[in-house]
Design a binder for this molecule. Sequence first.
Ligand SMILES: [Ca+2]
Ligand SMILES: [Ca+2]
Length: 444
Amino acid sequence: MAQVATDDPLQRDDAALGALAVYQGAPGSDAFSAIHYLGAGRIIAGKRSSQAASRFLLSEDYGATWAVVGCPGSTGAHTYFFGQNGALLFSGTGDTGSACLMKSMDAGCTWTVALTALQLRTLVGSADAKAVFSPVYLGANCWIANVKSFDTTKKVILSADNGATWFVPSAQPGQGASAWARRMILTSDNVLLWPSCLTDKMYRSTDQGASWSPVTVPGASLFQPLCDAGNGVYFCGDVRTAPNTPIKLYRSLDQGLTWAEVVAVNLQRPTVTYWRDVLKVGDSLLASACCMEGTSNERYMQLFLSVDDGTTWVSLGNPYYGPYGGMQAIYQMCATELDVVFAGCQPDSTILRWPIPVGVDGGVPGDQDGDDYLDFADFAVLVGAWAGPLVWDPPPGCTTAQFIRADLDDDLDVDLADFAVFQREFTGSPASGGWAGRGLRFPP
Ligand SMILES: [Ca+2]
Ligand SMILES: [Ca+2]
């Protein structure tokens, strides 16, 4: 176990995360509770504290522009998680009651209510279904979704006709009516994970929900984060309601049968702290340790990085300081084909973007080959990354990391605008904003 003393600045990773805000709401305007990469440059975010007309934000250009998308007739406050089967998406609302299940058949452009609050309550036999979390596509036109309620033991619902109709299966996870889970995932090993919130019980199903059995995560008070890191390696994490209490992240190396702590952090806050998301992207793992939601002044979250499959972790500190201060939480992250991460944040409705591996976009601006010099060798590399405006794929022979480094104006393509930035860095004076005279080192 690698315990990180995160109050020790010497243990902080000094590689620049390089996060940019691609969407910035007003101060204290709440959060994006979910974010999902749909493919082909399309990203959809679910808004916390949303209304029927403002459930989602959709970008079709890798986050350059965003459009508000509603779901007419939908009820419930917070919008949670996305399940995808091609162009078919499901997402739920809730946490504050009146939860409904929403559906898009055109990859997020338009939405309709798939199950109304009344239909959902009737289906699971609850007087108050508080949330629909985590619609998960199981393959072969089957879906499973996770319903939060406290007056029934029916916790998951199934569809066998690609979401047209839903039913309650006989097998259910959870210790009883009080049990609930936020996130549920289907791993690449065909294991469904259902962490019973605020307990140490992780429910597993290896038969697509036909049966469930719990295992113990020793010492845990489980919450939302779940990650399938491949090869049977999974992660889950804590929520703690007591002040100044460490939150622990746990790893399983055997498809969720046994779990052990891998890192803990004490955010030293007087209120609730929790791990919210863990993401595997490339060879890196990212984990967000978050402050209490619902207040805009607890801006002490930390983002953690592991590059050894979660054995050791380092804190990157607060991932972004925007116009209103640091971040309080990253609720969810997703990543594109080029390993560019998008993160939905609290408390200023911020969506962040940064490339992975951490640091790939740092260093001397324009230095393409990473030797800390800016010279003609870099120009040759830059030429090799050129693909033209609005082309988001590296050309043949150009790696993902090289493409990201060549995108000097951070709009995710490599075109003449990037060459203009390069020229400015190469020839510029401090007066013109270039690097020369500001520490640029030419080769000896
Ligand atoms: Ca160079
Ligand atoms: Ca560019």
